[in-house]
Ligand binder design. Sequence first.
Ligand code: PLP
Length: 379
Amino acid sequence: MKLFDVYPLYDVEPVSAHDSIVIDKDGIEYLDLYGGHAVISVGHGHPHYIKRLKEQIEKIGFYSNAVHNSLQSELANKLGELSGYKEYQLFLCNSGAEANENALKLASFYTRKSRVVSFYNGFHGRTSAAVAATDNEKINAPLNQQQKVTFLPLNNLEKVNTELKKGDVCAVIIEPIQGVGGLDEGTTEFFKGLEELCKENNVVLILDEVQAGFGRTGKFFGHQHHGITPDIISIAKGMGNGFPIGGIMIAPHIKPSYGMLGTTFGGNHLACTAASSVLEILEFENLIDNARLTGDYFVSQALHLPGVKKVKGRGLMLGLEFDFEVGDLRKKLIYDEHIFTGGAMNKKLLRILPPLTIGKSEIDQFIKALQDVLIPEKI
Ligand SMILES: Cc1ncc(COP(=O)(O)O)c(C=O)c1O
């Protein structure tokens, strides 16, 4: 059987990895400034992560959600403590799209309404309601287009107010910093206004922290830079450092009932162990502070690069906006300089999403490589 050919591939096959280094089948080492799309948070093959997962699989890897699994409540407690959301409730699933799907569904159950407000250039995943709330026609099939979603520009509270006042909106869903779109973000005034308008109109505010969460922006959650408190927070990616896990954190005023949400694999023993060990490493190694400090260093160095128009993002969720499209630059970085970086919907933006363990020396290596590639090309 052939694979269903939906991914344009770079000609590289990683076969092993440690920390921020990925090694291909020919033994070539690459610096990983992409983290497999913001997934690798605590570094590839972290010894504590491996030890915890090995010990767990030797005991039990999976059982269904019909029986007790105290690893789930241990994870919920640790997550509540580190993120500052002790009073919230955790529902576990397997991916970012699934997290947002459950968040939107829960908002609709809670408010008994069904229209969603979302933002231009946002990305929330590829399942039914999550993809409908994603501003990309190409990935929305006619089936998905049946959902009622209104897209608005960031930073326009008047337009949000007009839509919410119509009375049929169940949720506003927004990323704290747009990932796939290209690192644009709302202002603090906008986020605070959004929070207020949602409260006034009985609308659930969903913060999609799938990419920005788990310390990537230099705080546990990206929205914490703006001092707001969402009703639901969706999480995935860095949560499992590569082990598939997602979830939603739900404010106490939204009450559960049996059967409201459910999943076969969500919250299984291995997934909970992976996520708990990620939290332990984030804490022991102060990786959230490291993300902030290393990110600040990156910005100070990148501002002076030739052709860079703007440095966007926070912590280690960063973007370099050039005055040209970066497709060829990414290829040169991979094939000539052996550095993985990411792209975005904004074709002029190079995305940097490394493990949160990197330091100044990796940034220096990247800046030097970029200078080597850019200077002959641009000047
Ligand atoms: C902000 C955001 N939400 C949701 C998703 C979807 O996550 P997944 O691919 O795990 O379904 C992504 C993936 O890139 C994302 O960046």
